[in-house]
Each structure stands twice: as structure tokens, then as C-alpha cells.
Design a protein around this ligand. Sequence first.
Ligand SMILES: [Zn+2]
Length: 376
Amino acid sequence: MNALLLHSAARERGGWGGTVSLAVPGVWSEDCLNHEPDGEVWLGVREPGTEVPARALVLRVALTAAGAPVVPARPHGEEILRAVHDPELVDHLARFWHDWVAAGFPAQYGRDRAVPYVFPTAGMLAGLPLRSPPAVHGRAGRFCYDTMTLVGPGSWAAIRGAVDAALTAADLVSSGERLAYALCRPPGHHVTRDAYGGSCYLNNAAVAAQALRAAGAGRVAVIDIDAHHGNGTQMIFYDRPDVWYGSLHVDPGAGWFPHYAGYASERGRGAGDGFNRNLPLAPGTGDDDWLAAVAALCGEARAAGPDAVVVSLGLDAAAADPESPLQVTEAGYHAAGRQVAALAPTVLIQEGGYDLASLGGFAVAAVTGAAAGAYG
Ligand SMILES: [Zn+2]
């Protein structure tokens, strides 16, 4: 990222901070910069991609300029992580780049990032047990469900840094902070218990919710205001009544990722029946209808009686964002932040948001709104 962009991000306060310094602790790990997917394979063509390290720099600069104190992410053990995810997924991500290099793919075959080419879908296996194939290139798709989520040399360090940021923010809230923000990159809400995709590798929001439960919260509400449905978080908690999940997002039935989940009819299952809520929105939806959906979700979350809230804070519903057709303004995000953080002690988890020119201003608007809701 060039210096001009950094300076412009620093100016992106948009008036939300005013003269009052933003007092919300912002948790951050330098390791989050190490993940350089260097593109995504979309419909068979490798394109530059939008989930780039500069996103994290823009967010950090803007929030710091608004006054948010930076809290370094503290390293955590893997107990919570392995409770949320299949331990084999965690082990796979931890070692896969090493295996890819050892098999010679970058040096001998010109494959500078790991991308799967075969996926063991339920239809392919037709009931056969899921094996771990000996061939590294065969194994690349075992835990992955798309071609957009590339693995490179610094990916694992960043993935763990993002999880540690989420866990540190959850610790702050569990120990009495009313509100904390985790600058997680890569994002996480598309990761299920044992499958990653959508530029996400481990589910930071789900890990934060599980940590809040472990620290004594009887029920946690996860409110997902990213422009896309958080299919991973939904399915991790789909059978559970102790974590309520609600999301508003662009309608997957109108042609948007993740295509296969995010419909209004998905309400939870078994003991979790009634603890999942999706509000799909038409492409082009702006502040009025988007905020009405936020208010509806908050009403249902309140009825569930949460002791703590996790917000999947995607900023990609912004009008200028290249990854979604929603048309939300900074004022919209400020109002949404105020509503969600008023419910209970709140952990904000960074998800999407890809327009580098406006991203910082949207983050400050959302976090400032959350501060107003939490402390107001
Ligand atoms: Zn998104």
C-alpha cells in the first residue's frame, strides 16, 4: 500500500470520532499481515483478489487515528479452537504449506500458492469414509470448498494471529470490558466445523463465542452484519441453543456467495431449532431496509437473553465495496453499531470490507456507534 492511501485512511474519520477519543480497545497481531494469498482463482481464472494485507493496515491506521488504544493479541492455546473446529482441520492448515513446498509445487511446478483441484463432496463419496489421500495435491481439497482461498508461506501465522486477536478481545470482555474490537485478518465467518473457504480459514467469531461461553456466559448471541451470510458460524452452532446466530446479508438466491446457505428457512436443528435467523436482502438494499433488518435481528437476539454478544463486523455492505451490491452508508454502520452493542457486553470481530479508500471511515463509524451503544 502506498503512503498516500495510508494518509487518506488516517483522515477517514468522517466526523464520527468528533473531539472525543474512541476508547474501545482494538486488539491486533502483526502476524495478520503475513498472509498474502496473492490472488484468488474465480471461475477458473486467477485474479488479484481483494482480501489483501493493506486492509488490515487501513483499519489499524483509521482506528488508531480515532483514538482507539491498541492491545497486542496474546498467544492462546488451542483448546477452544479445537472445540470449535475439527482438530484435523487445524492440523491440516498448520502444516499444509510445509507439505506443499516439500512436494516441490512452488520450485518445480510453478505453483506459488496452494489451490485445490479436487473436492471430496458428499455426492462423490456416496457414503464412503473420507480418507486423507497421500498425495499433497489430492489432499489440498480435503478441508476446502472453493478455489478462492489460497494458502501461502505466511498464511498459518496470520490465521493464528487472527484467532489470538479474537480470543484476546473475548478475554477483555469476559474480564469486565463492556466492548472490545478484534482486527482479525484473514476473516473467518465462512468456516464451518471442518471446511474452509470464502477467503476464511478458521472461524474467529465462533471461537470468540465459544470462549465467552467457557468464561461463564450462559448464552451468546452472534449478530453477523457482513454483506455475506456467515454460513460457517451458522453451521457450527446450528444444533445448539446456547449460541443464537442471526445474519442479514445479500440474498444468496439472488446469485451471491455462499450460494448454498443463508436462506430464511434455515432456523436451526434439533436442540438448536429456533436459534438461527437469516434475513436475506435484495441487491441494492440501502440504509432504511438494512437498518430495519438490523433492528429485527436485535429484537430477536434480545428475546434470546444473551449474556454476551459477538458481532461479525463485515464492512462490505458499504456502497463502494466491490464484493457486494448493498448500498449502506457510514451513518448506517454507525446506527447498526449502536444497536448491536447496546444488547450486552460485546466483542466486535472484523470480517469483510474491501474498498480500501473508504474502509477506514466505515470502521470508525461502526466502532464509534458501538461505543455509543455500549457506554451511552
Ligand atoms: Zn463479506
